[in-house]
Write a protein of this length. Structure first.
Length: 246
């Protein structure tokens, strides 16, 4: 077990830089905070370093670099106003497209809390292949990671050009269902499907033109009381549940 007491230590400086997307991309690593996320990373064999001011806690982690630090270092590295006493450095797993029956596609979602919620909800409903457009917010943003509550370690998530994906889905007879305020069908109108890709869009602007172009169906959630739209995290859960339970 290593012991570090200075915020100017090179390892601490390197970990601190993981708050920046550029550095995460360069190192293929990101930081998680809190015992639950650290334990989830450890269970999924992607945890590389764990830091804490609690020596007994550090002893729980075998075959991982453990570092005993002080409160000053914890506070420097933390992304929260009330820091937790354990942080981890985790490998980024670079997933690739895999042929599956069910996908959730995020087209320009830009709120990290929404992104994390969508990933967690999708996993809970049994859809573990998530395709993110290149202009969707970074999944390794600390707010997104916290919102996933560990689901990030259990899903096949990757960023790509959506048009390339839509072509592959069409080639494999996977129906593309896209949410849109311009839709003339509701979620209730859909028939049961064994294979599908649900597309949800940007919070303010909806789906992109390329998603509209490749959509087999444009749908909307039927709503009452003159409510025109829902938070994309809520909408994603409703649509996935509705499609899966036809």
């Amino acid at each position: 077990m290593e012991k570090i007491t200075s915020i100017n230590n090179q390892l601490i400086k390197d970990i601190y830089q993981l708050k920046q997307k550029k550095y995460r991309n360069q190192t293929k690593k990101f930081m998680v905070e809190g015992l639950h996320l650290v334990e989830e990373a450890y269970k999924n064999k992607v945890l590389k370093i764990v830091l804490s001011n609690d020596e007994l806690l550090l002893n729980k982690f075998n075959n991982v670099k453990t570092v005993l630090v002080n409160n000053q270092i914890i506070e420097k590295l933390s992304n929260t106003t009330t820091p937790q006493n354990v942080l981890g450095v985790v490998d980024i797993i670079e997933n690739k497209f895999e042929l599956a029956d069910k996908y959730l596609i995020l087209d320009g979602v830009n709120d990290p809390g929404n992104l994390g919620t969508i990933i967690r909800t999708s996993l809970a409903l049994g859809v573990d292949h998530l395709i993110l457009s290149n202009n969707t917010v970074d999944i390794y943003n600390d707010k997104a990671i916290r919102a996933t509550q560990g689901a990030i370690f259990k899903a096949n998530i990757y960023y790509t050009d959506l048009e390339d994906i839509y072509i592959k889905l069409k080639q494999n007879n996977i129906k593309i269902i896209t949410t849109s305020l311009e839709a003339n069908k509701t979620l209730n109108d859909l028939e049961k499907m064994d294979k599908f890709a649900i597309v949800v869009g940007n919070e303010a602007n909806g789906i992109s033109n390329v998603s509209k172009e490749y959509a087999d169906e444009l749908i909307i959630i039927p709503m009452k009381n003159n409510i025109e739209s829902l938070n994309v995290g809520i909408a994603s859960g409703i649509i996935l549940y509705g499609v899966l339970n036809k």
